[in-house]
Design a protein around this ligand. Structure first.
Ligand SMILES: Cc1cc2nc3c(=O)[nH]c(=O)nc-3n(C[C@H](O)[C@H](O)[C@H](O)COP(=O)(O)OP(=O)(O)OC[C@H]3O[C@@H](n4cnc5c(N)ncnc54)[C@H](O)[C@@H]3O)c2cc1C
Length: 570
């Protein structure tokens, strides 16, 4: 250590994650006096450890909905009761016994139908299809269909269109805007059985797979051939790649690999009248008129069902490093980001922001010890991914030395093994679930210009302090805490208001206040989660009347009877 201190005096406070630091849920820290040795540990050793698991970035710990620890399971109110202004559209038929018989013929398997229309299947069996991840929305569907082929999806939709039966496409049901569950008695078309990989070319990196393949499985599949899926997010053990495309999910790799709009090369979709739109191109370049697939990317199941995707998967990086910092102000966070871009440029694959409150909430909800001693107003997680361990480590070390010596960063740890890397990622990925822990969470996923990104959290906190709705300890207050975190590299803030119960007063305080705040700064009211039902009324804060009218025309062209995911944003 003395040597290190002589050569790298500014790194004094940069403690390294160590062998004790093994379990994502139970972090233990080496006492502060331990040496900095690990920063210069043999790259080969680090490499060997990483080879043991192909996961490169986000935690492989599954933060999927069903794994949420100790979540209070109070009954969720029906959406129609919570939002009495929403009325069932009388154009839609109620599902009959004859309809169910017809679907049985199309799907040809008992496993493909959950039927509460012709038999006594209890309400509780429908809960996982009717209720959303946030436990905020609950539909009343009595029929779930699970087609196994594109032709079956086509047969089902054709019939629904003819009979005016409304449907909701559903993937892993991890969506955060109430888009994946019915509002009334719409039929759920669940894609989980449409789940085969069709092809993968390890020269071009193009994967063609059914829509219902789980994101983590797709990543593991291409991982075996040294590639990665260009998207990664906390719900990867549950969400499906077709739905990822339908929501234009952003996630943790967007900074490096860009959005679905760039990575998706082709789609196979079924239109509401049953037409199969085969645009499953594997080409990167195809300048032949309107690029119709783009309408389905982020369309949230309102104009058709995606049944397969063709997507460009990048080469898997052989050298991945993750560092976790404490910083004393948001200004320092911005400085660190600027430096990271400048010094790590081509190898920077994630730059994530977390405030003190978000880490404290994660700690309280999961019981996990945080990587750094003491508290810091802000935390950042940086990931680099490259192909040359020595080169990357050298660059990262130079960066760390700089941010420490310039006092941009107050403290930090660097992962030395895959397990530690996962543990650091868990501190970021676990926040979403932690917010839920006390009963409910109002989630806002916003694009805000970087200089003002965090001011929203501060203003929201002030608002709740002055209106007397928030107390971190007193259980009688509805709001537990306001936390801010997100994908700093993409100017994407997640504002989460953790509550002890869903409360109309809290909702009224937040909406439209949040949206007005964002619109004033030319931000977007939805950076990556979409609009669903939750943001239906607020689209005007981010889109002009002309654009909303054009979207309406597109909807009408594809879905003249309006059967696809009704009551949602369009
Ligand atoms: C812990 C956690 C972390 C998350 N992190 C992120 C994140 O970092 N970035 C991010 O963008 N999102 C994130 N999400 C949100 C969510 O995981 C994504 O929106 C994801 O893409 C949804 O996939 P799903 O399979 O669960 O879809 P669902 O929730 O089932 O459906 C989402 C929407 O897509 C439609 N849909 C589903 N399948 C199809 C299909 N085949 N064709 C047409 N429409 C379809 C549904 O009707 C619905 O409107 C997170 C969620 C959780 C719970």
């Amino acid at each position: 250590m003395p040597t290190l201190h002589r050569t790298l005096p500014a790194l004094r406070r940069l403690r390294l994650a160590n062998a004790f630091f093994q379990q994502p849920a139970r972090l233990r820290l080496r006492p502060a006096a331990q040496p900095l040795r690990s920063l210069h540990s043999s790259p080969q050793v680090r490499q060997e450890e990483k080879k043991a698991s192909p996961t490169t970035s986000a935690s492989s710990a599954d933060h999927a909905p069903q794994d949420a620890p100790d979540r209070p399971q109070s009954k969720i109110k029906y959406t129609s009761d919570s939002y009495p202004d929403l009325k069932r559209d009388s154009r839609f038929k109620t599902v009959s016994k004859e309809d169910v018989e017809h679907f049985k013929k199309i799907l040809g398997s008992e496993a493909a139908i959950l039927d509460g229309v012709t038999n006594e299947t209890g309400e509780e069996d429908f809960e996982q299809y009717n209720s959303d991840w946030m436990r905020k929305y609950r539909g009343q569907c009595r029929l779930v269909l699970k087609p196994e082929t594109t032709e079956q999806v086509s047969g089902v939709l054709k019939y629904c269109n003819e009979q005016s039966l409304a449907v909701v496409p559903q993937g892993g049901n991890s969506g955060l805007v109430g888009g994946s569950v019915p509002v009334f008695d719409e039929i759920v078309i669940n894609l989980s059985r449409l789940n085969k990989v069709r092809s993968f070319d390890d020269v071009s990196g193009v994967l063609v797979a059914d829509a219902g393949v789980i994101l983590q499985q797709a990543d593991e599949y291409v991982g075996k051939q040294n590639h990665i899926f260009p998207l990664d997010l906390g719900a990867k053990g549950t969400c499906q790649i077709g739905a990822n495309v339908a929501t234009n999910a952003g996630g943790l790799r967007l900074l490096r690999y860009g959005s679905m709009h760039g990575n998706v090369l082709g789609l196979e979709c079924v239109l509401p009248d049953g037409t199969i739109m085969d645009d499953l191109s594997k080409l990167r370049k195809n300048n032949t008129g309107y690029d119709l697939k783009q309408l389905f990317i982020g369309g949230e199941g309102t104009i058709g069902i995606i049944t397969a995707i063709s997507i460009l998967c990048p080469q898997r990086s052989s050298a991945v490093n993750v560092a976790y910092f404490g910083l004393e102000s948001y200004e320092k966070v911005m400085e660190a980001f600027k430096e990271a871009k400048k010094q790590l440029g081509e190898i920077l694959s994630a730059f994530e922001l977390m405030d003190r409150q978000s880490q404290s909430l994660y700690h309280q909800a999961s019981g996990a010890k945080l990587p750094l001693e003491g508290e810091h107003p802000f935390y950042c997680l940086i990931e680099t991914s490259g192909s040359n361990t020595e080169h990357d480590s050298e660059k990262l070390n130079a960066f760390l030395e700089h941010v420490m010596s310039e006092e941009i960063v107050s403290d930090g740890v660097v992962a030395e093994s895959e397990t530690q890397l996962q543990s650091l990622w868990a501190c970021r990925e676990g926040i979403s679930e932690a917010g839920q822990h006390w009963g409910g969470v109002y989630k806002y996923d916003l694009s805000i210009p970087l200089p003002e990104l965090y001011s929203l959290v501060e203003d929201a906190r002030k608002m709740f302090e002055s209106n007397g709705l928030m107390h971190t300890e007193d259980e009688t207050f509805p709001v537990k805490d306001v936390v801010g975190y997100g994908h700093m590299g993409d100017s994407n803030l997640h504002l989460n208001v953790a509550t002890r119960r869903y409360d109309k007063e809290v909702e009224r305080a937040l909406e439209p206040w949040v949206y007005e705040w964002v619109a004033k700064r030319q931000g977007s009211i939805s950076a990556e989660h979409g609009l669903g039902l939750a943001k239906k009324a607020f689209i005007g804060y981010s889109r002009s009347e002309t654009m909303i009218r054009l979207m309406g025309k597109i909807k009408e062209t594809f879905d003249p009877k309006g059967i696809m995911n009704p009551y949602k944003y369009i």
